[in-house]
Design a protein around this ligand. Structure first.
Ligand code: PBG
Length: 332
């Protein structure tokens, strides 16, 4: 009988007590690195629940200030606003109308936040077009890259005039960062931050978002969003956006693209964010509603995983609730 020698190296030592685990934790969570996406609907009289995103609503201009206040009170880093217009057309005219819902909501949010968090806006046409694409179409029904850039620059100027401090360029048009940067600089908006959704994949996980913005899409987005199998190309898009002047680059969705996130985080010299999208939210909520998963642990683990992979900040629909848990020391 030979006896097995006792191990000399015992990694379990650091896991023995809650205090040791807390001390040894490599990835801490902080409300300041969380951004809450918010939907604001034109012409609504009361906040409307979004069926596929339990717990998330379409705000009205009246319900928005209290929600901004709640986000600021728990210490969130920012909010990202999306507009849900009543009318849509081929050009997405509502996006460049100073009285369009997103621009009006921005002014309301900036006032309510009183500088406590960063008010950010989605810079994309899909919420405003009747065909649901992120750009304008050419005579053959294809998304016209360069004609879309002209719409984005006009949109960027209106959002900046409305007081948005950070524009989220989510349309995946080539050259959009450079075009918008130049237009803003020429227009005297040098200080407005550009966050590029650099590696935005053509994903099934945006499904519930379509409900949230009440948009229907003709066709799909595969001619401009990335192919889910392409890792190198995600990094390339991020590097191009940094060259074009992006202040922040983003990977989206988050959970299924952690390898891309890690690659971008390793190569980037600007902050890297990730967007935990509507479908990632809906999956955990649905499983939890069935009692198939521990909701709180799953939420914390999913966001911690995104941070561990390299995200400096995370857009998540759980931002307020998660920030509350963090503040209570309740995220172990
Ligand atoms: C584009 C945009 C989308 C999302 C954020 N910005 C939709 C899309 O590209 O299809 C999706 C976010 C989510 O699913 O939570 N305006």
């Amino acid at each position: 009988m030979t006896s097995t020698p006792a191990p000399r190296i015992r990694p379990r030592r650091l896991r023995e007590t809650p205090a040791l685990r807390r001390l040894a934790s490599e990835t801490r969570l902080d409300p300041a690195e969380l951004v809450l996406p918010m939907f604001v609907r034109e012409g609504a009289s009361a906040p409307l629940p979004i069926a596929s995103m339990p717990g998330v609503v379409q705000h009205t201009l009246d319900s928005l200030p209290a929600a901004i206040d709640a986000a600021a009170s728990v210490g969130l880093g920012g909010v990202m606003l999306f507009g849900v217009p009543e009318q849509r057309d081929a050009r997405g005219s509502g996006a460049t109308d100073p009285e369009g819902i997103l621009n009006v909501a921005t002014r309301v949010a900036v006032e309510a936040s009183a500088g406590r968090l960063v008010v950010q806006t989605d810079l994309c046409l899909d919420e405003f077009t009747d065909h649901g694409h992120c750009g304008v179409l050419d005579g053959r029904g294809r998304v016209d890259n360069d004609a879309t850039l002209e719409r984005y620059t006009a949109m960027a100027l209106e959002q900046s005039r409305a007081g948005s401090q950070l524009l989220g360029l989510s349309g995946m048009m080539d050259g959009q960062v450079a075009a918008v940067r130049e237009a803003l600089d020429d227009g005297g908006h040098q200080d407005v931050v550009l966050m590029a959704y650099s590696a935005k994949y053509a994903s099934a996980f945006y499904g519930p978002f379509r409900d949230a913005v009440e948009s229907t899409l003709e066709g799909d987005r595969r001619s401009y969003q990335l192919d889910p199998g392409n890792r190198r190309e995600g990094l390339r898009e991020a590097m191009l956006d940094i060259e074009e002047g992006a202040d922040i680059v983003m990977v989206k969705p988050a959970g299924s693209y952690l390898d891309v996130l890690a690659d971008v985080a390793a190569a980037s010299d600007v902050p890297v964010w990730a967007y935990q999208v509507s479908g990632e939210y809906a999956m955990i909520e649905a499983a939890a509603a069935h009692g198939w998963i521990d909701r709180k642990r799953a939420v914390i683990e999913s966001v911690r995983g995104i941070r561990r992979a390299g995200a400096d900040a995370v857009l998540t629909y759980w931002a307020v609730e998660l920030a509350d848990w963090i503040r209570k020391g309740d995220v172990a």
